[in-house]
Design a protein around this ligand. Sequence first.
Ligand code: FAD
Length: 453
Amino acid sequence: MPVRMVIIGGGPGGNTAASYAARLGAEVTVIERDVVGGAAHLWDCIPSKTMIATGGAMSFTRRVEGMGLHRQEASLDLPAQRRRVQGIEGRINHHITRLLDSQGVRILRGAGRLKGPHEVVAETAEGIEEIEADAILVSTGSRPRIPDWAVPDGERVLTTRQAYPPRTMPDHLVVIGSGVTGVEFVHMFTSFGSEVTLIVSRQQVLPRKDPEVAAALEEELLRRGVHLLKGARAAGIEASDGSVAVACDDGRVARGSHALLAIGSVPNSDGMGLETAGVEVDAGGYIPINHHCQSNIAHIYAAGDVSGKLPLSSVASMQGRKIAEHVMGLHTREHRHIDYEKAASAIFTEPEIADVGLAEAEAFATGRKTRVTKVPFAAAAKALINDDPVGFVKILSDPATGVVLGGSIVGRNAAELISVIALAVTANLKVSDIVESCLAHPTLAEALADAAE
Ligand SMILES: Cc1cc2nc3c(=O)[nH]c(=O)nc-3n(C[C@H](O)[C@H](O)[C@H](O)COP(=O)(O)OP(=O)(O)OC[C@H]3O[C@@H](n4cnc5c(N)ncnc54)[C@H](O)[C@@H]3O)c2cc1C
């Protein structure tokens, strides 16, 4: 009899696990209350990057003189933008649904919860169905964190899910939170022409990033005229007569036409019946997992944001694949564990930012001996051809062995270029391996080879 796997939540964690497990011979059911593809496709990655791409095109039109072109102003078409976001989401979700259908995965539209260690309940429009499972995956994702001092109304006070695009374009947006999501929204709305104030709780935007990387972004934000309110924590929002006032705990007040909350997320683990199955949940509501993504109950797994690991779509997908392999008994080799330290991540701002593995500040803080080499894009022919010489490539390696330990890239196409360093970090390649690769010319990737030398 095939392994019966039930997956609650069809985001990147759930649908990847479903696809792999079905391919490996499992009988898979996915319960999804919204859209297969998950919040990642409906609310987070895809709409934000779609609008950022539009913003990028708009900001490009403002600096075409450098390419030897006459400048013509582009303006945002909000309804067209909405159609564009929905069109892309629809195509991606259609593709995923068709793939799962073709693999024989059963998709139930409704809310899922555990009824016991081996029983899952699906509440669908057709009624309630109880399903027996040999393995269960909880991949229910997360939702925006809403503090008790804010009431998002979808008009003036927005969560990240109410901004794709907002009903009216903000004249002046106050963004609360300067992590990855916050700065991406700042970038997006300044590209669209909005004035933006960014409330930064520490003294550095992107507080968890390498200071040199964060400084490069901050420079661009200031160039765009973003008002940075540093060392301030929002403590209240008042919305009235077409304006908002965000009060900070130090007495300062940021005024604008709209406010956007970008202060993290909370896991979707409540009301899931986890306790009835004996699954442990930590104080934050996350399901702690081991290196096979198993919860404290061996056949109940968690993937994606609800697992409390890196909240990235790419990580959720990787977990989903590993879980499918583990459920089907294909997990014997050590290197099959996910090393979260080696996950690449990107911030889709201008300049774009990406990093992987060890960061310079971290190496310094821990006293780890590291060779750091840095090359500015200004030295790369392709960057000059693109009229975009901003940024740099930084590679960290072990001085004794030359093994690549990490890297940061700031500049155009950073999110694509980091793949080379990510591969080197994952495969324990040496800087000499990058140098010995004969790269195409002229490319931005040549800066990687230069930095590796
Ligand atoms: C604005 C924003 C931009 C982002 N951009 C990026 C990016 O560029 N790159 C990147 O890698 N990551 C990005 N992320 C993070 C990424 O979106 C998440 O890490 C990713 O969605 C996590 O995937 P998941 O499978 O855990 O859950 P989700 O994508 O959240 O999917 C979970 C699914 O479970 C369903 N569900 C929940 N409860 C139930 C239930 N009881 N029954 C049935 N179904 C249920 C939900 O409807 C949802 O479809 C971004 C996040 C935000 C907020």
